[in-house]
Design a protein around this ligand. Structure first.
Ligand code: ADP
Ligand code: MG
Length: 684
């Protein structure tokens, strides 16, 4: 046990101090906001006689016997007597210290889970401490905090108790902005750290207790405020203004398209055009289900900016997706005299230098690529519009890099983000409160809804026969496998084996293979053959996840579908059903299915609607994972749960708006208290 207190001033930081920093426990307020995972009740002593199998309880008595046994293995066995009965304490790992405290005749207080042993009740590895008849009982429940391996619970408890004492927990928020009947902050925090024993544990656990409600409200308010602040800051920035001109590039592009826009596409183009006319930079999310036609909307927005002599950048998370965009945009825009550039990580050397020069001179009006587009050596002559596809797939670091890039010019570029994963309404309101949203809620005409079937992989042979029939009719098929190499741990079908099997089953037809280990040129060659229709079946790992567009593909088989996330499945499925032929998606699974696996497959079979899928995904996974934030490390809401706390979100939103206008410096204090240095991240 560490002897130094966390407040002791020492030059070298101790291991627990470093561990605390790692957990973000730096300021007193951080400590105060580190809420227990659960509680232990040390306020009561249970007579040994009343213990039942499975009870977690505290008992107190005198040690009647303490012995090391060697069978079946070395262990310390202690007998405790409290006058009402006898309890065995068993320690498989123990130190001299144990024997000293637990020596016969000593009085001890013990806490653990009672289990029915061979000779009556026992506790294995209980916690214990030596006491005398006067040692008082705890008056509040004992907190158990989330911690890490190098940070002992006892040390953390002490640090938090003193942090809670010192922290400034004065009320900042005017009472009229609080939810009705709200507790104050200090009482709420003190209560959550040390609840009185009479509390309903249920209310604490499901966070409906008033102390929890206050905490959640505080958090949501901070988060809403930082979003509104970001929005206000943005409103002070200046962007170039673009007017849609008669006979301009946008009109020409519209006239050249082989289809006319859907009403939804026309509406969102209109919304974007209005933003581009203003001198405040656009900050808009364009959401629309897979296949709803976002690319052409992006092209039209780009056309508006380029018509005024400004450059556009379009960025996609993967090379395959970026290339699909590139090809489509070149096909649409080069005939209209637009020069384009292609930038990815794999393009190096002279070619790359050449591209960079054309971007820097402004000769290339349209720059398409992966996140290579925002690397520091890329200099734009005058960037007027940045478009990011599947923005949620970019990490926080990349989003911050993009923001820095956008801020380099005197006039900031407009920003359009696109996503096929619709953000559920509550999430849009909270995490993306400073974002304007346009939605394409209609698919281009002539699409037949995809039928989704879920089969156990016992039906694999039958599925392969279906493939043969489809191919015989001139249709094309995707087969998606989750992993490329045989892994002993995950018994997954490997894409190479499947490729061989399908090749053998389909003599005379070309079956292709696409996986993440291939280089960009090989990938592009395979994709080109499939797109041209020369290749009938494409076996692939999930690299085709986004953006691939082959209207003649009418069947998709996803193997080990239970291993994919729901939105990933939906995105994959969106690769078929792009033409007028009826399409089928077959989800093959391997038993046994987990509960979440089952609900994902069920959701897929029941709906084609991306918004409904997103809602269910949020329900199954919770918002943190939904945004992929676990990987990106973005701090999300720690206490509030957007699926359960929607009413609180509304109150917090209103309060944020009012506080920011009436008492902006209180708003700032509140954000600082809650987010500290994390505020920047939340704006990314
Ligand atoms: P996503 O929204 O998933 O990015 P895409 O932009 O790739 O969708 O569009 C899917 C397909 O639909 C493309 O082949 C595209 O050319 C086509 N498309 C887009 N808009 C229309 C439309 N209004 N009418 C017919 N086809 C369209
Ligand atoms: Mg797309």
């Amino acid at each position: 046990m560490p002897t130094d207190t966390p407040t002791s001033a020492r030059k070298e930081k101790s291991a627990p101090q470093k561990a605390m920093e790692k957990l973000g426990l730096v300021r007193d307020i951080d400590l105060a906001l580190h809420i227990p995972l659960r509680y232990e009740d040390e306020t009561r002593i249970t007579p040994i006689r009343d213990l039942r199998d499975g009870d977690i309880a505290q008992v107190e008595g005198v040690v009647s016997d303490c012995q090391i046994q060697f069978r079946p293995r070395r262990q310390l066995v202690v007998k405790l007597d409290d006058g009402s009965g006898e309890l065995v304490l068993r320690f498989l790992n123990f130190y001299p210290n144990h024997q000293k405290t637990l020596a016969a005749g000593n009085r001890v207080r013990v806490r653990g889970e009672a289990r029915g042993g061979f000779f009556g009740l026992e506790m294995v590895h209980p916690s214990f401490k030596s006491v005398d008849a006067e040692t008082p009982l705890a008056t509040a429940l004992t907190p158990v905090y989330p911690t890490s391996a190098t940070l002992p619970q006892a040390y953390l408890r002490k640090a938090i108790a003193s942090g809670l004492q010192r922290a400034d927990l004065g009320e900042l928020i005017p009472p009229e902005l609080l939810p009705r009947g709200s507790w104050n902050l200090r009482d709420s925090l003190r209560f959550l750290h040390h609840p009185t024993p009479d509390v309903s544990l249920g209310e604490l656990e499901d966070k409906t207790h008033p102390a929890w409600q206050r905490l959640k409200f505080e958090e949501l308010l901070a988060q809403q405020l930082s979003q509104l602040q970001a929005k206000n800051e943005r409103a002070l920035q200046r962007a170039p203004r673009f007017t849609v001109r008669a006979g301009g590039l946008q009109e020409k592009l519209l006239a050249a398209l082989p289809f006319s826009l859907t009403a939804a596409q026309r509406r969102v183009v209109e919304e974007i055009a209005l933003d581009l006319q203003r001198e405040v930079p656009m900050h808009r999310l364009l959401q629309g289900d897979v296949g709803s036609g976002k690319t052409v909307v992006a092209a039209l927005a780009a056309a508006i900016a380029m018509n005024e002599g400004w450059q556009c950048a379009l960025m996609a998370p993967t090379e395959i997706l970026a290339e699909q965009h590139f090809r489509k945009l070149v096909q649409w825009l080069e005939p209209l005299g637009i020069q384009t550039a292609w930038l990815t990580g794999s393009r190096k050397g002279k070619k790359r230098a050449e591209m960079l020069a054309r971007v820097a001179s402004g000769e290339a009006a349209l720059v398409v690529g992966t996140h290579a587009v925002i690397q520091s050596e890329v200099q734009f002559a005058r960037l007027g519009l940045a478009i990011i596809d599947e923005q949620h797939r970019f990490g926080v670091a990349q989003r911050l890099a993009l923001r820095d890039k956008l801020e380099q010019q005197a006039l900031e570029p407009h920003l359009l983000m696109m996503s096929a994963t619709p953000i559920p309404r509550t999430l849009a309101m909270t995490l993306f409160a400073d974002l304007d949203v346009s939605t394409i809620d209609e698919l281009p005409p002539g699409r037949t809804p995809i039928v989704t079937k879920v089969f156990s992989d016992h039906k694999r042979e039958g599925v392969i026969r279906t493939i043969a029939a489809e191919v015989a009719q001139g249709k094309q098929v995707y087969w998606v496998c989750p992993l490329i190499e045989e892994s002993e741990k995950l018994d997954l079908q490997n894409a190479t084996a499947t490729h061989e099997q399908l090749s053998a089953a389909l003599p005379g037809h070309s079956v292709g293979l696409l996986h993440g280990r291939m280089n960009a040129t090989d990938k592009a060659a395979v994709m080109a053959q499939f797109t041209a229709g020369d290749m009938k079946v494409l076996v692939s790992t999930s690299v085709i996840e986004v953006g691939v567009d082959v209207p003649n593909a009418s069947l998709m088989v996803i193997e080990h579908a239970e291993r994919f996330g729901l939105s990933q499945l939906h995105q994959l499925r969106g690769r078929v059903g792009r033409g007028s032929v009826a399409s089928v998606c077959v989800l093959l699974y391997t038993s046994p299915l987990s509960d979440t696996g089952k609900s994902r497959l069920k959701a897929m079979a029941e709906t084609n609607d991306g918004f409904e899928i997103a809602r269910r995904d949020l329900e199954i996974r919770g918002p943190g994972e939904f945004l992929g934030a676990r990987q990106s490390g973005a701090p999300l809401l720690r206490f509030a749960d957007l699926t359960l706390d929607e009413p609180l979100v509304h109150v917090a939103r209103q309060a944020a708006t009012r506080l920011l206008t009436s008492q902006p410096h209180v708003a700032e204090q509140h954000v600082a208290r809650w987010l500290g240095s994390k505020a920047e991240f939340l704006k990314a």
